[in-house]
Design a protein around this ligand. Structure first.
Ligand code: ADE
Length: 251
């Protein structure tokens, strides 16, 4: 079966950079969303801005699957670091996704997905490995040529690649109390964002392989808001384009 690769991004500017990689583009609008259909390296792709938060990302992911028949889904974006040692500019690829704000106790246990009998959704091992190779290739070349040496200096970038659990919720986490609370309940979680676990649930129910790639933009504490905006403009957009470019060499 021919593959159609879905690429979703959490920030409009990030996904604009990815759209620039597409040839033979057609834009299709559904539900206030733009889906850009085209090819990268001759492979059919559909690229869309997920919009922010779990509900918005769920709508976009479900449309990608149902309307465009994507066979594989990559989600790319930024995240706040929870794990010790994670630094701004590092990249985390998902092993498992969890919704840190889901709580239907006492009917079921905390974080459990209703009627799905699980807390975590596993990302696809094959796509996760492929994304890992793509990011490693990028890191070997050095990110200086992607973001410019000035940004490398400004953000002290010495990026490392990690594989681990990612938590999603409908909150931008920017306090030590909140980040520590999540970490105390879900100690294996490496970073926090607002869409990945929702997209994972869509992919689980539609049986579509997926993985999530997140660049650390902040440390999810009181500095988060300040770091975040600057990082998106100066680093994350270029990272996304370069990572997707590397992925599409390997698909
Ligand atoms: N995305 C990037 N940083 C984040 C944070 N601190 N909280 C939630 N989502 C994020």
């Amino acid at each position: 079966m021919d593959r159609t690769i879905g690429i979703l991004g959490a920030m409009a500017q990030e996904i604009d950079e990815v759209k620039a990689l597409l040839t033979n583009k057609t834009v299709i609008k559904i539900a206030n969303r733009e889906f850009v259909v085209g090819k990268i390296n001759g492979i059919a792709c559909v690229v869309a801005f997920s919009k922010w938060g779990k509900v918005a990302a769920t709508i976009t992911a479900a449309l990608l699957v149902q309307e465009f028949g994507v066979t594989d889904l990559f989600f790319i974006g930024t995240a706040g670091a929870l794990a010790d040692g994670l630094k701004v500019g590092d990249i985390v690829i998902s092993k498992r996704l969890v919704q840190h704000d889901l709580d239907a106790r006492p009917m079921i246990s905390r974080f459990e997905l209703p009627l799905l009998n699980r807390i975590y959704v596993n990302s696809d091992p094959g796509l996760t490995e492929l994304a890992g190779k793509a990011v490693s290739n990028l890191l070997e070349k050095g990110v200086g040529h992607v973001v410019g040496e000035a940004a490398v200096k400004e953000f002290n970038l010495a990026p490392q690649l990690y594989f681990g659990d990612i938590a999603s919720g409908d909150q931008f986490i920017n306090s030590s109390e909140k980040r520590n609370e999540i970490l105390s309940l879900l100690p294996d979680v490496m970073c926090v964002e607002m869409e990945g676990a929702a997209v994972a649930q869509v992919c689980l129910e539609f049986n579509v392989p997926f993985t999530v790639i997140r660049t650390i933009s902040d440390t999810a504490d009181h500095n988060a808001r300040v770091d975040f905006g600057k990082f998106i403009v100066e680093v994350a957009n270029a990272y996304s384009r370069a990572i997707v470019g590397e992925i599409m060499q390997l698909v």
